[in-house]
Design a protein around this ligand. Structure first.
Ligand SMILES: Cc1ncc(COP(=O)(O)O)c(C=O)c1O
Length: 261
C-alpha cells in the first residue's frame, strides 16, 4: 500500500468484515449495499460489484471458515485533506482466521460492561462503516479481562448506541427495542437481519432513543454482528439477566441464517 494512501492518512475509506463459510462470503449483497451507501456518502466512486465478487471468491476458495476483510479507500492524493477530483479507489481484500469466541456463547450468553469513551455525534457518518474507528479503539482499550465479551457505548449526550463491535437490542415484554442510529453508530448487517427475522416471527421491533436506565430495566439484552450472529447477554457489570427470558427460537433462526451465503 503506497504511503500516500488516504485511508492511512485520514481514515478516508470504508470497510466490511464478512464471514466466510464453505468458500462463500456470507450475506454478500447486504455487505455490498452498506459499502455502496458509504461510497455515496463519502463520494468515493463505487467499485464494480462483479469485480469485487470475483476477487472475494478467489480469496475465499477452499476456506472452510474464516473472515474476509474488504477495505476500500479513496486511494492516493489530494492536497492535504482536500480529496482529489478524480479519485482512484484502492481495494484491499484480506483473509483472517475465524475468531475464537466460544461456540456456546449464543446459548449461554456473554458478560459485558459499560465503556466510558463516548461516541461523537455526526449524522453524515452515522450508519456507514467508515475507517475512522478511534472511538472503538479507545473503548476496547478500557478492559483486558477475557471474560468480558463486549462493552456498551453511549453517545456524547449519554444515550446508549451500540457495543464496540456489535449492535444492541433490548428485549422487554416480548418486544425488541434497538437504539436509533441516526446520529452515530454502525448499521450492522447482523442488526438488519435480526430485525427482519423478528418481523417474520411477529416480534415487534422499535428503533428509538435508549437510556441507560432502559437497558438496566430490560428483560434481556441481545448483541448482533455479522460474524457472531447474536449473543444474549447473561450479565452487564453486576446485573444479571435471566436466560430463560430470551426468545430462543429467534436466536436459533438467526444463528442458522447468519452463516449462509
Ligand atoms: C462499531 C460497530 N458497530 C456495529 C457492528 C456490527 O456490524 P455487523 O453486523 O455488520 O458486523 C460492528 C462490527 O464490527 C462495529 O464495528
Amino acid at each position: 500500500v503506497p504511503v500516500a494512501d488516504r485511508g492511512l492518512h485520514y481514515g478516508d475509506g470504508l470497510f466490511e468484515t464478512i464471514a466466510v463459510v464453505a468458500g462463500q462470503p456470507c450475506l454478500w449483497d447486504r455487505h455490498l449495499s452498506r459499502l455502496r451507501l458509504g461510497c455515496e456518502r463519502l463520494a468515493i466512486p463505487v467499485t464494480d460489484p462483479a469485480q469485487l465478487r470475483r476477487e472475494a471468491d478467489t480469496l475465499c476458495r477452499g476456506v472452510e471458515r474464516g473472515v474476509l476483510k474488504l477495505l476500500l479507500t479513496r486511494g492516493e492524493g489530494g492536497r492535504g485533506y482536500r480529496p482529489p477530483l478524480e479519485p482512484v479507489p484502492r481495494r484491499i481484500l484480506s483473509l483472517h482466521p475465524w475468531p475464537d469466541h466460544p461456540s456456546t456463547s449464543w446459548q449461554q450468553g456473554v458478560r459485558i460492561r459499560w465503556c466510558d469513551t463516548p461516541l461523537g455525534l455526526n449524522p453524515r457518518l452515522a450508519g456507514i462503516k467508515h475507517c475512522n474507528r478511534l472511538e472503538q479503539v479507545m473503548a476496547r482499550a478500557e478492559w483486558s479481562d477475557p471474560g468480558i465479551a463486549e462493552g456498551l457505548m453511549c453517545d456524547a449526550d449519554g444515550q446508549v448506541v451500540e457495543g464496540t463491535q456489535s449492535n444492541l437490542f433490548l428485549w422487554r415484554g416480548g418486544e425488541l427495542l434497538t437504539p436509533s442510529l441516526a446520529r452515530c453508530g454502525v448499521a450492522g448487517i447482523g442488526r438488519g437481519l435480526l430485525m427482519e427475522l423478528a418481523g417474520e416471527s411477529a416480534i415487534r421491533v422499535r428503533e428509538g432513543a435508549v437510556s441507560r436506565d432502559q437497558v438496566m430495566a430490560a428483560d434481556g439484552l441481545l448483541l448482533s454482528n455479522a460474524l457472531i450472529g447474536v449473543w444474549p447477554v447473561a450479565a452487564l457489570g453486576e446485573h444479571n439477566f435471566d436466560p430463560a427470558h430470551y426468545p430462543r427460537d429467534l436466536l436459533a433462526r438467526m444463528m442458522e441464517r447468519i452463516h449462509l451465503p
